[in-house]
Write a protein that binds this ligand. Structure first.
Ligand code: SF4
Length: 673
């Protein structure tokens, strides 16, 4: 008889890949978390960060929060005493009830994002907040809301992407503003590399995905819309647009075309920094189709990110690259497309008033106002590391007046500020369902280990809080198995046990063409190049061929994308990952380094009106002149100066959906004396 058990589960992190995982448990207690060799995505290997952390900090009780904790020191000091669940939920409920009666439920804010993205862990807690009548920080405003808004104006939906299986039919894959090497490592290693299509990457940074491409257009940040119009100009000039498709399935092309005709590559080259020949080559490759377009999340984190998405989104419409094999665009593939009913998952009917939301960009101001904020619940998120205006946010979180409950598997910067910390189970410790946002599949997250200490899955934590509040609605107490079976049935599957037995299932056996029926959920039913809805919301009717002004007075435009060693702010806690991360760096083009009298390895101060940060300088031509590159999401408390790159981020908003324009931050760099 074998002395080991293998449990197959799925990684539910904020990642395109949704890897299959094999948890190997030996009779002597040894546990190994490995890539499932039989899984189509992971093919036996996890990404580097997960391979380390899932076998390191995630299995280490000393690195985790394992008991409910109550603050015993000043806020922000991270000093707590362990208490029991009954005491924790009773005291939290008493405080929340008091706030509701004296200030109103709307002064209780909750904020969450993608800590554990599986359906129950990410959605079920909303039932509690709906019943409570709490206010919510708009989750996507920290990440990708502008892109969603822009695509909805144009295509009526932002979560209906191409089916990646159709890459075999594509002649071109255009990756715009994304770095799958870091954010979708297995798609980079397998999907992208195995596709026979020509690969074109458009990005200010020559990251590994760009370096591997057949063609890389290294544009200046914020000039994407101008570049898109110049590519359209070439497509019109070379008669590569699909006029029959435009006539039948779009509205507004006749208004747009005269603008496109004025936007030649000669016009765009000095604006974008991309040579005329490369603009023409990229347009010709894309126009040769069928073509896939991967729209990165970082692409829209710019002041005019919504306009950028509308401009780049013109490419599939103008060339008819939809509804056929090898064609389409992808921002993400959402769960509703597979039949998931988010109103059921979140029990939206329990909401007693309109959903109140505020942008993450306004969170500091909101929490600072006692008339509007008395309490904060943070779950699946680490705002003290990931939010803008970091120094001010930390000051607000230190305020004794603000009642703060934090729910997390790890003692993060955010939990340090809380009054109560509740231990969340890791995804290895409970059953759930993973809805990948790249492939059109569904996967089982299968419990492989017992929860560490007293940790509980998010959904069970909120059941206990609901009970302590005295609520009686049965939706608040639905058990996991019932909810998982219901979600499976919504997708046309028999039940969760059936999904768990298969691991991952393709919802459709064959590749699904994007918008196969050419019916678009816009007001007109067509692709709205000219959008009355956008105009009614105060935006231009048409996408605009504009670019952000270049930084002046020697300032540098700071880009802060994801590191290959972190998943948002996860994994900082693992010492081996920390070793891989090394010193926090900023990279400059050699011409800027020479202009500023700086050399590789110097210690420099990045500063602006919001804050300052000490970094180590790297010099490399992977960024254009005028751009500084530093990766995001370190834990401030692990750095000497208790700050990360968000100390420099003033929280500027995008043109649409009040989302983060973090890639527009401007800084000076000086050598530290
Ligand atoms: S984070 Fe992404 S690449 Fe890493 S194991 Fe999870 S799904 Fe795979």
């Amino acid at each position: 008889m074998s002395d080991k058990t293998i449990i197959r589960t799925t990684c539910p992190r904020d990642c395109y890949d949704a890897c299959g995982i094999a948890v190997v448990k030996r009779a002597d207690g040894l546990v190994k978390v490995l890539g499932d060799p039989d899984h189509a995505v992971s093919r036996g290997a996890l990404c580097g960060k997960c391979a380390i952390a899932y076998n390191g900090a995630w299995l280490d009780s000393k690195a985790r929060v394992t008991r409910p904790m109550k603050r015993i020191g000043p806020k922000g000091d991270g000093r707590f005493e362990a208490i029991g669940w009954d005491q924790a939920t009773a005291e939290i409920a008493a405080r929340l009830r008091d706030i509701v009666s004296r200030h109103g439920a709307e002064t209780i804010w909750h904020t969450h994002y993608t800590g554990t993205c599986s359906l129950l862990a990410g959605g079920f807690p909303q039932r509690f907040f709906s019943r409570l009548g709490a206010s919510e920080v708009d989750p996507d405003s920290i990440c990708n809301a502008a892109g969603h808004a822009a695509l909805k104006y144009m295509y009526g939906a932002s979560d209906v992407g191409f089916d990646p299986r159709t890459a075999k039919d594509a002649n071109c894959i255009l990756v715009w503003g994304a770095n799958p090497f870091a954010s979708a490592p297995h798609q980079h290693k397998h999907w992208l590399k195995e596709a026979k299509a020509m690969k074109v990457v458009i990005d200010p940074v020559r990251h590994p995905t760009a370096a591997d491409a057949d063609l890389h257009l290294q544009l200046f940040p914020g000039s994407d819309a101008a570049l898109a119009f110049a590519m359209l100009h070439v497509l019109v000039r070379e008669d590569r647009i699909d006029r029959a498709f435009l006539a039948e399935h779009t509205i507004g092309w006749a208004e747009l075309e005269p603008i496109v005709v004025r936007c030649s590559p000669d016009w765009a080259a000095p604006i974008t920094g991309v040579p005329v020949g490369k603009i023409e080559e990229a347009a010709t490759i894309y126009g040769s189709g069928p073509s896939l377009l991967w729209l990165g999340q970082g692409l829209q984190r710019q002041p005019t990110g919504g306009n950028v998405f509308r401009a780049v989104g013109l490419l599939p419409a103008a060339t008819g690259n939809l509804a056929k094999p090898g064609a389409g665009f992808l921002y993400l593939n959402g769960g509703t497309r597979r039949g998931i009913d988010s109103d059921y998952l979140e029990a939206s009917h329990l909401r007693q008033s309109e959903r109140r939301k505020v942008s993450h960009m306004d969170l500091v101001a909101r929490l600072s106002d006692p008339r509007k904020a008395q309490a904060l619940v943070t779950w699946n998120i680490n705002i003290a590391a990931s939010n803008p205006d970091q120094a001010r946010l930390h000051r607000v979180l230190r305020d004794e007046r603000l009642f703060h409950v934090a729910i997390d598997p790890f003692p993060t910067d955010t939990t340090d500020f809380a009054d109560y910390v509740l231990p969340a189970a890791s995804f290895l410790e409970f059953d759930d369902i993973v809805s990948p946002y790249f492939h059109l599949s569904m996967s089982a997250q299968v419990k492989a280990l017992e929860p560490m200490g007293d940790a509980l899955p998010n959904q069970e934590i909120f059941r206990r809080l609901a009970k302590a509040m005295g609520y009686a609605e049965p939706e608040l107490f639905e058990d996991d198995r019932s909810a998982l079976d219901t979600l499976c049935r919504q997708m046309g599957l028999k039940d969760f046990a059936g999904l768990a037995a298969k691991g991952t299932v393709d919802i459709w056996p064959e590749p699904v063409p994007q918008f196969a029926d050419l019916q678009f959920p816009t007001p007109s039913g067509k692709i709205e190049i000219a959008s009355e809805a956008a105009a009614a919301d105060g935006h231009p009717r048409l996408p605009q061929p504009i670019a952000d002004p270049r930084p002046r007075d020697g300032l540098l435009r700071l880009l802060s994308p994801a590191s290959v060693w972190l998943m948002n702010s996860s994994y900082n806690e693992d010492p081996k990952v920390a070793e891989k991360l090394g010193a926090e760096t900023v990279t400059l083009n050699p011409s800027d380094a020479a202009r500023l009298g700086l050399a590789d390895g110097d210690t420099v101060i990045a500063a602006n009106e919001t804050g300052r940060l000490v970094l180590r300088l790297g010099v490399a031509d992977i960024v254009p002149a005028g751009v500084a590159l530093s990766h995001k999401s370190r834990w401030p408390k692990l750095s000497k100066h208790r700050a990360n790159i968000n100390a420099l981020n003033p929280g500027r908003k995008t043109d649409m959906a009040e989302s983060s324009a973090v890639h527009s931050v401007e800084v000076t760099l000086t050598k530290r004396a």
